[in-house]
Every structure is written in structure tokens, then in C-alpha cells.
Design a protein around this ligand. Structure first.
Ligand code: GPV
Length: 830
């Protein structure tokens, strides 16, 4: 650095007066300054929402300091960086999480107290950032937290949707979708980076130009849209490292449509420009169903192109040889949604950086890896060739070229096995010729990761069998995890305090394996007593929430039995509801003496159905109809309640999970790739009622079968049982519960007919009938009996938490870093 530059920097630093201080007076002054100057309210009069705004700006200032230092440090050290590309991030609220990760939550709470405010109350003011659908999107969010905490030099990239996942409103028991215009109330966590913007091209033609004695391709676009960066700081816990989640927003481009200004129709030209913004306006709310929509394709490319330009610009800032690219860059694709990054990198390297095809291909093969989250081939994305050719003409050519050499390689390896060639080809011939994005990803990624052990088995033997035979070394699994910062520290402070007290340290917040130490105290009467107390307080909080949301009073003495997740036939919420109907019917027909032995139960169900998913919507209605009958039946009283929690999201989960006694993870074996909800419940000492599917199989290994309630067919039994289900009738209890629905016991029998038909008459694809008896057994014998023995129950609960260490996303991210990305921690000094 020049002497002049250094002098200037020193002068600026002396003016800054060092970093922001965290003593109560400084924090109070800071908050009040933000009230006055940022929120523009008088410091003598502001409400909870304004206090929340000022508070979050104050937290954000501290995040920005660390963010700057982290990035300056990364720049100086120049380690290999990971870029995590995902179309969905389900971040939820940021305030508590940020304050806790910065290590200053309690200082803020004190400072606020003296101003007459309560930290928790202000935290409740924040909206839920729902830029994603479900598990896949929460996976991205948990990974960001772990990447930051473990000091990895990583960036997240995504789209900044103006409308997040729809709000679920229930009217007369039916789901209605309302737009989630979450930015209405401002978003203090993001920073718009006006200078960081890139032009993204669409449509047009590809021309050949002479270049240096050869030919090169030039894409002449028909439309150009500007991508502007919005940065969201992600603080690690117990470290200064604060990484970045960069989300792109679409703006009209200056280059846009110059000609139309000459036509004299100025007003329409401006209105048309505005349409550019629709690209990032709304999140698609259907998880795992691909519809070949043009807007969705444009979203995917928009996000990918801006991210790739940004990554290459950063690389070129300090490097001039692309051969070093793979030593400095790893690109992780979250499912196939961002897989257009592959032809995009090829295009930039070949057409713009003028590398040879072979050079570019060698680089591409070294930098990409992906995670796949599905088990069903129907869930795989396919883009019609006509659509891709029109929106991205150059990318289609590149994909065809990649496929050409791939098919040559296949012929060498397998000979002229045409069936196999046509199954494996990136291009699907057929009524609608399309591009198989999964095949493209597998061909170009050096590693394909499944999300649990059994998931990888299914990929190897079914979904990607052909590819596994060709490249067995490419296929791996990293069992999912979730971050204990959000799912314990933020959401269950009571239990956290207890864990730290009994372990004698809070180091488990960065090292979850330490939780095993709780095993030694599982039968300690004192811990058991404290454990029960904390759990009871959480149940009371949940009961209050239920009353506020639904008007229903439930007793915290009852057993809280919870199933919260997206509504899907394979997740079998219907099995749960039919079980509840059966239980209701039993109680109704009981002698008074038997009733006294019934463990009162509150069944809680929550989740959204994709707006176009008819069966899922019927399941929501059935839940309400059954609840209506049961909850108003004076014969039943408090013995059984059924509550549907509307608008399930991350913040609701944070409240419900710590207050649950048992939770249900009851997918038909072989259908849930991993499941991550189960892990959050496990950490919080909630017992699992589950099938041996996805990650549950590995949970069993950690905590033992005795500490949970297992039931149902196993993965390998399912195909045979499916054949049998065609020929055999239903078990009696099952048929009886179903008949009540059919016969209109809960009204709406016409509406529910197709739901009943989907499981009766040999079509019981998800094997509800088959698993029903063992489901009831697990529910009654195990869960009811165990609950009565509170000592045993509490022991199981403690052992659940104690055995949850493996399911921290820190473990998962560590495995990815080491085995897939080849990155090392880069810890910014304090
Ligand atoms: I594919 N998942 C999801 O949330 N949305 C999708 O579109 C697809 C998968 C989920 C899986 O269903 C879960 O089993 C898994 O735990 C989660 O992704 C994270 O891997």
C-alpha cells in the first residue's frame, strides 16, 4: 500500500473511534439513535414495532463490522471458496439468532429493559422470511449457519423474491392462499448493493463470428434484465466470521429494448420495462413438482447467470489464470434447480473468456457438486427443448454438445445398448423432447450427494442405477443435519440452560457430540425434575399459542402429539387422521371405568398444501372436519382434541417443537429422502413416533429402538406389500375409520370421496392400510403406556437429546467441506 493510502486509512480509522461498543449505555444510545435517525421517530415516543426496527438496525451495524472484516480477511488469505447455490432459503426470523450468534443477546435484553422494552416481545414483531418451501429450503438456511460458525470461506447465492411462500388462511376448514408481500414492513437485515449488478440476457439468436483465424459464438440477446445484489449477513456463533447470503433482485436494464423508445409510445415502453421485475417477484410454491413454466426457467437462469458473473469477477480480481479456478472455487448445487450454472460456466469460459472447449470442460468437471433431495423419478426436472432453445439458445447448443461427447463415452463403455443410452442421455426423446436436468448434473458434477444413507441406496439401485454402474465413485451421502443454534439455543433457552448446567459447559453449541455426556445423568432424579419443569413451561407456552391462534383451550397435562410438515400423500397425514378417528371411536364406545385410564391427548397438525395439489387440500379439510366433530363432542371432553395450526412456518416451528411430547414422521418407507423435522424434535427431547425411513434409520442407531416408537413396513418390504395391497382387503379397524369418512360422519362426504378412493379398492399406494395396525399399536401400547410412566418417559426424552449430536448440520457441513468441496476453515481474528 502507498504511504498516502496508509495515511488516509489511519485518519479514517481514528475518526471512526474503533468498533461499536456493547455495554448497556452504548447499546441504549445506539438503539435511540436508530429510533431517531433511521426509523425517523422521536426518541420520546415509539412503539414496539419501531423499537424492533431500531434494535435490528443496531444489531445489523454490528453484523456489518464483522462482515467487512471477514471479507477483507478472506480476500487477504485467498482460500478456496465455496459457493452454495440454492433457489430457496427458509431463513425465518433473524433478530434473536443474530444477537445470540454475536454473543450479545443478554446485553441487549438488559439495555432494552432499562428503556422499558422486552427483547422477546420485540423479536415477535419480526416477520418470517419464507423464501422457500420446506425441508430443502431449510437445509440451505441451516447450512449457512454452520458454514459461518465453522469459519468456512463460503457464500450463499439465491433469489430475492418479493413474494415469499404464500400465507395459509383457513376459511371453513379449507386452505386459501394469500400473497406474502414480506417486504411491506421493510427488511432491516439486507443491504442493497447498487454497484453490484449484472446484465442477464434472454432470448435472441446465436451468431458465428470469425475470431483469431477460427470461429466463435456470439449470443445476441432479445432481452436484457439487470440483477441487483442484496446482501444478508450470516453471523457464525462463537467466531467473528460473518459470511454473506447474496440474493438477486431483477430490475429493468438500461440496455433494455432501446428501439421501442423511438416508436413514440413512451408510456407503454416504460410499463414494459417494468415487467423485468416479475422475474424475481414470486416463489413457486409447489415443492417437488416440475411444470416446465417459462417464468420459472427465467428465474433459474437469472439467478445462475448473476451468481456466475459475480463469482468469475471475484476470481479475476486477484487471478489471471483460469487453470487456477478449480483450486479457488467450489460450486454446490442445491438440487437440480441451479443446474443451468453448468452450461453457463461453459458459455462464459468458451464464448467470453475464449478458453478452448476442452480447457473449459476440464474446469467444469472439477468445480461442480450437487445434492439431490428426492427419491422419485417423477420429481426430476425436465425442461422442454423448445422452451430452452427459445429462452437460452446458446445454452441449448452447449448442452447438446456436452451430451454428444457423453453419449460417445457411453457407447465405449456399454456398447450399443440403445435402451440404456436413451435412459441415460441428457436429452429425452419423446412426445415432448426435453433436457433432463438431473442427468446433466450427474454428468458434469464430480460428486452427487444423497441426504441419508438409505437415500443413497435408493439412488444407486433405482433412480440413478445406470449412472451408478458407470461412475460408482461419484455417488455419496451426507446425512442431513439441522443447526442447534436455531433449533435449541434460539427456540428453547430453558432446555439450553439446563443442558449447559449439567454438562458444565456450553461448548456443545459448537460441538454437539458433547451432548452424549447427558447420558450419564438420564436417570438422575434432580435432572429429571428440572427437565420436566422446562418441558412443562414450553407446553404452557404452546397451549397459549394454540388458544391465541384457534381459540381452543388445551390442557398442558395432556400428551401433545404433533405432526408438522408440508402436506403430502407420502408423508401420510391421512394415516394420522384415520388413527385419530379410530381413537375417537374407541373412546366413544368405552365404559366409564375404561375412560379413566385414557391418557388425554392433544393432536396437533400443521402444514401447507401446494396450491394445485387437490389431495393435499382435501387432507387439510378432513383434518378440520374431524376436529370439528371431536372437539365439540361432549362425550369426549378433554380426552382427545385435534388442532390444526394455520400458516405453519419457521417461527411457528420454533414454538411448537419445544412444547411437543411426541412427533410423527410416518412416511411410507422409501419415500422421505431424509427428513429433518425429526432431528429438531429429537434435540428438544421430544419422542419420535416414526417409520424406518430416511434419516430415522440412522436416528435409531444413535438412540436405540427402545427410546422411540417405531412401526410399519421396512424399505425393502414395500414393493412386495404393494402387490399384496392390490389383492387383499383392509384391516377391520382401518376400514371402519375410513367408512366413517365415506358415510358422512364428518359431513362433506362427496368432497372426501376421491380421498377415500385413493386408498380403497386396491389403490393404496402409500400402504396406509398395511401399516395401520402397527401404527395403532405404536400409538397405544407404546406411547400411551410410556407416558403414564413419567420417569421412564423423561429418561427417554433426555436420551433423545443426548443422542441428537450426530444430527447437527455442523457434522454434515464438515463432511461436505472435507469430502466434497475441499475447503478449509479461514477464521477471521477477533
Ligand atoms: I425434491 N425436499 C423438499 O423439501 N423439497 C423438494 O422439492 C424436495 C425434497 C426435502 C425432502 O423431502 C426431505 O426428505 C429432506 O430432508 C429435505 O428435502 C432436505 O434434504
Amino acid at each position: 500500500e502507498s504511504g498516502e493510502g496508509k495515511a488516509k486509512a489511519e485518519r479514517m480509522f481514528s475518526l471512526m473511534d474503533g468498533f461499536l461498543k456493547n455495554d448497556p449505555i452504548s447499546l441504549q444510545k445506539d438503539i435511540l439513535d436508530h429510533v431517531e435517525y433511521t426509523v425517523a421517530r422521536s426518541r420520546f415516543s415509539f412503539d414496539d414495532f419501531e423499537a424492533y426496527q431500531a434494535l435490528s438496525h443496531s444489531v445489523r451495524d454490528r453484523l456489518i463490522e464483522r462482515w467487512h472484516d471477514t471479507h477483507a480477511y478472506f480476500k487477504r488469505k485467498d482460500p478456496k471458496r465455496l459457493y452454495f447455490l440454492s433457489l430457496e432459503f427458509l431463513m425465518g426470523r433473524s433478530l434473536s439468532n443474530s444477537a445470540i450468534n454475536l454473543g450479545i443477546r443478554d446485553q441487549y435484553a438488559d439495555a432494552l429493559n432499562q428503556l422499558g422494552f422486552e427483547f422477546e416481545v420485540l423479536a415477535e414483531q419480526e416477520g418470517d422470511a419464507a423464501q422457500g418451501n420446506g425441508g430443502l429450503a431449510r437445509f440451505s438456511a441451516c447450512h449457512m449457519d454452520s458454514l459461518a460458525t465453522m469459519d468456512f470461506p463460503a457464500w450463499g447465492y439465491g433469489l430475492r423474491y418479493q413474494y415469499g411462500l404464500f400465507r395459509q388462511v383457513i376459511l371453513d376448514g379449507f386452505q386459501h392462499e394469500q400473497p406474502d408481500y414480506w417486504l411491506n414492513f421493510g427488511n432491516p437485515w439486507e443491504t442493497e448493493r447498487i454497484p453490484v449488478s449484472y446484465a442477464v440476457k434472454f432470448y435472441g439468436t446465436v451468431e458465428e463470428k470469425d475470431f483469431n483465424g477460427g470461429k466463435c459464438k456470439v449470443w445476441v440477446p432479445g432481452e436484457t434484465v439487470e440483477a441487483v445484489a442484496y446482501d444478508n449477513p450470516i453471523p457464525g456463533y462463537g467466531t467473528r466470521n460473518t459470511i454473506n447470503l447474496r440474493l438477486w433482485s431483477a430490475k429493468p436494464s438500461d440496455l433494455y429494448d432501446m428501439e421501442s423508445y423511438d416508436t413514440g409510445d413512451y408510456i407503454n415502453a416504460v410499463i414494459n420495462r417494468q415487467k423485468a421485475e416479475t422475474i424475481s417477484s414470486v416463489l413457486y410454491p409447489d415443492d417437488r413438482s416440475y411444470q416446465g413454466k417459462e417464468l420459472r426457467l427465467k428465474q433459474q437462469y437469472f439467478f445462475v447467470s448473476a451468481s456466475v458473473q459475480d463469482i468469475i469477477r471475484r476470481f479475476k480480481d486477484s487471478h489471471n489464470d483460469f487453470n487456477q479456478f478449480p483450486e479457488k472455487v467450489a460450486l454446490q448445487l442445491n438440487d437440480t434447480h441451479p443446474s443451468l450454472a453448468i452450461p453457463e460456466v461453459m458459455r462464459v469460459l468458451v464464448d467470453e473468456e475464449l478458453l478452448s472447449w476442452k480447457q473449459a470442460w476440464d474446469i467444469v468437471c472439477k468445480i461442480f457438486s450437487c445434492t439431490t433431495h428426492t427419491v422419485v423419478p417423477e420429481g426430476l426436472e425436465k425442461i422442454p427443448v423448445d422452451l430452452l432453445g427459445s429462452v437460452l439458445p446458446r445454452h441449448l447448443q452447449i448442452i447438446f454438445d456436452i451430451n454428444l461427447s457423453f453419449v460417445e463415452e457411453l457407447k465405449k463403455h456399454f456398447g450399443l445398448d440403445f435402451n440404456r443410452l436413451s435412459r441415460m442421455s441428457i436429452v429425452e426423446e419423446g412426445a415432448v423432447k426435453s433436457i433432463r436436468m438431473a442427468n446433466l448434473s450427474i454428468v458434469c458434477c464430480h460428486t452427487v450427494n444423497g441426504v441419508s444413507r438409505v437415500h443413497l441406496d435408493i439412488l444407486k439401485t433405482k433412480v440413478f442405477k445406470d449412472f451408478y454402474e458407470l461412475w460408482p465413485q461419484k455417488f455419496h451421502y451426507k446425512t442431513n443435519g439441522v443447526t442447534q443454534r436455531r433449533w435449541l439455543v434460539v427456540s428453547n433457552p430453558g432446555l439450553c440452560g439446563l443442558i449447559s448446567k449439567w454438562l458444565g459447559t456450553d461448548a456443545w453449541i459448537r460441538d454437539m457430540d458433547l451432548l452424549m455426556g447427558l447420558r450419564d445423568h438420564a436417570v438422575d432424579a434432580e435432572l429429571q425434575q428440572e427437565w420436566k419443569m422446562v418441558r412443562r413451561i414450553n407446553k404452557i407456552r404452546l397451549a397459549e399459542f394454540i388458544e391465541a391462534m384457534t381459540g381452543m383451550k388445551v390442557s398442558p397435562d395432556a400428551m401433545f402429539d404433533v405432526q408438522i410438515k408440508r402436506i403430502h400423500e407420502y408423508k401420510r397425514q391421512l394415516l394420522n387422521i384415520l388413527g385419530i378417528i379410530y381413537r375417537y371411536d374407541c373412546i366413544k364406545n368405552m365404559k366409564e371405568s375404561d375412560r379413566r385410564k385414557v391418557v388425554p391427548r392433544v393432536c396437533i397438525i400443521g402444514g401447507k398444501a401446494a396450491p394445485g395439489y387437490k389431495m393435499a387440500k382435501k387432507i387439510i379439510k378432513l383434518c378440520h372436519a374431524v376436529g370439528e366433530t371431536i372437539n365439540n363432542d361432549s362425550d369426549i371432553g378433554d380426552l382427545l382434541k385435534l388442532v390444526f395450526i394455520p400458516d405453519y412456518n419457521v417461527s411457528v416451528a420454533e414454538l411448537v417443537i419445544p412444547g411437543s411430547d411426541i412427533s410423527q414422521h410416518i412416511s411410507t418407507a422409501g419415500h422421505e429422502a431424509s427428513g429433518t423435522g425429526s432431528m429438531k424434535f429429537l434435540m428438544n427431547g421430544c419422542l419420535l413416533l416414526a417409520t424406518a425411513d430416511g434419516a430415522t434409520i440412522e436416528i435409531i442407531e444413535e438412540i436405540g429402538e427402545d427410546n422411540m416408537f417405531l412401526f410399519g413396513a421396512k424399505v425393502h418390504e414395500v414393493p412386495k406389500l404393494r402387490e399384496k395391497a392390490q389383492n387383499h382387503g383392509m384391516p377391520l379397524q382401518f376400514a371402519r375409520a375410513l367408512k366413517m369418512v365415506r358415510d358422512g360422519y364428518f359431513d362433506y362426504e362427496d368432497y372426501f370421496k376421491s380421498l377415500c378412493d385413493s386408498i380403497e379398492g386396491g389403490g393404496d399406494f402409500y400402504l396406509l392400510g398395511n401399516d395401520f395396525a402397527s401404527y395403532l399399536e405404536a400409538q397405544q401400547a407404546a406411547a400411551d403406556k410410556a407416558f403414564v410412566d413419567q420417569e421412564r418417559w423423561t429418561k427417554m426424552s433426555i436420551l433423545s437429546t443426548a443422542g441428537s449430536g450426530r444430527f447437527s448440520s455442523d457434522r454434515t457441513v464438515g463432511e461436505y467441506a472435507h469430502q466434497t468441496w475441499g475447503i478449509e476453515p479461514c477464521r477471521c481474528p477477533f
